[in-house]
Design a protein around this ligand. Structure first.
Ligand code: RAM
Length: 350
């Protein structure tokens, strides 16, 4: 019941995730790296500590609380300074003013999860002209607008995990719907498209009848779940590729007549989903380790500020996660998605 693509890494991945180190599925990931927790290193060609600002899609989302805590830990290890700023709503342009303010204050690197592929690109462009390095993580902008993108798992891997899970959970036939995050979110849209392609190819009797958007807002996601079920009386399952959406949908289902009848899967955090797996609302869902993602993004920010890597290639050490490679289009891959269910969920504390 683990990651479908490489079941042979399952045991190692459980241990790795439990211990808060990376899943071992990433080819470029050298597990031999030791944490650089010793004396803070001076970097960037000057003695000034590297200042890194994390800018999540929105504040108050436990997923970003975890990922950004990973970033903060990494920055502490390499002797930089950490800061987090961000909007309360995950709308396309709500991050613009934060990018401008941070660039003006002279931060060395911005680490951003984007709500829209292009709406923040002008602001990023100005920041980069002022010498700020821009690393996207979790949800990318268009490639030409940032320096690096730290990708949690391949789009193909996530799309296929979602498709396989929902198909299995609805008995390979029937109507399903998607409860997504913001309508323009780069990551959600890419995963949804990939999942639809996989369903059409491998599970043709599973039909996606609707896609709705909860904007990574708990109440909106809850209300959209109710509306979906009302609008589609034959609905057999919901896929929510957002930790906010899946938790809100699970809360709705858990006290409704649909509990155990309408399947729910997607991407969630074990801490938010535990009670719904235990009470039978949810069978299985997936994710990666958000803490590792933030940790890796912080080390990548240091590497691009230091000039160890460029946006078209290079290798860098990411503390306890080991060595990573930048692809020619500026991507760094964390690993494979991982499937959680009642047999393993208690081993994960994030
Ligand atoms: C939410 C956000 C984030 C996504 C996770 C799975 O927290 O939308 O971008 O990666 O879910």
């Amino acid at each position: 019941m683990f990651g479908h693509r490489r079941p042979r890494i399952a045991a190692a991945a459980v241990v790795a995730l439990t211990l808060g180190i990376a899943a071992t599925g990433c080819a470029s990931n050298d597990q031999g790296g030791a944490p650089s927790s010793g004396a803070p290193a001076a970097s960037g060609g000057s003695d000034k500590p590297i200042s890194v600002t994390f800018l999540p899609k929105n504040l108050g989302n436990p997923y970003f609380d975890t990922s950004n805590a990973g970033g903060e830990a990494a920055i502490k290890e390499f002797g930089g300074t950490y800061k987090q700023v961000g909007p309360t709503d995950a709308s396309p342009t709500s991050q613009v003013s934060y990018i401008q303010t941070e660039a003006q204050s002279g931060t060395k690197a911005l680490v951003i999860s984007a709500n829209d592929p292009s709406a923040i690109c002008d602001a990023i462009g100005e920041a980069r002209s002022a010498g700020v390095k821009v690393v996207t993580f979790d949800s990318d902008t268009s490639k030409d607008c940032r320096d690096l993108f730290i990708n949690q798992a391949t789009t193909e891997g996530i799309g296929k995990t979602l498709a396989d899970q929902i198909a299995k959970q609805v008995g390979d036939k029937g109507e399903v719907a998607i409860l997504s995050a913001a309508a323009n979110a780069t990551n959600q849209n890419a995963w949804n498209e990939e999942m639809k392609k996989d369903l059409a190819a491998d599970h043709p009797n599973v039909k996606v009848v609707d896609t709705v958007y909860g904007d990574d807002d708990d109440q909106k996601s809850f209300d959209q779940t109710a509306a979906l079920l009302q609008k589609h009386p034959d609905l057999k399952g919901i896929v929510s590729p957002t930790t906010v959406g899946i938790a809100a949908a699970a809360r709705y289902l858990s006290t409704s007549d649909y509990k155990g009848k309408v399947a729910l899967t997607g991407l969630g955090t074990p801490n938010q989903m535990r009670e719904y797996v235990k009470d039978g609302t949810v069978t299985a869902f997936a994710l990666w380790n958000p803490e590792d993602l933030g940790y890796l993004a912080a080390y990548a920010a240091k590497a691009i500020v230091d000039g160890t890597v460029t946006s078209t290639g290079g290798e860098f050490e990411a503390g306890k996660l080991g060595k990573f490679t930048v692809s020619s289009d500026g991507e760094v891959l964390l690993g494979d998605p991982f499937v959680f269910d009642k047999s393993n969920i208690d081993q994960f504390k994030f």
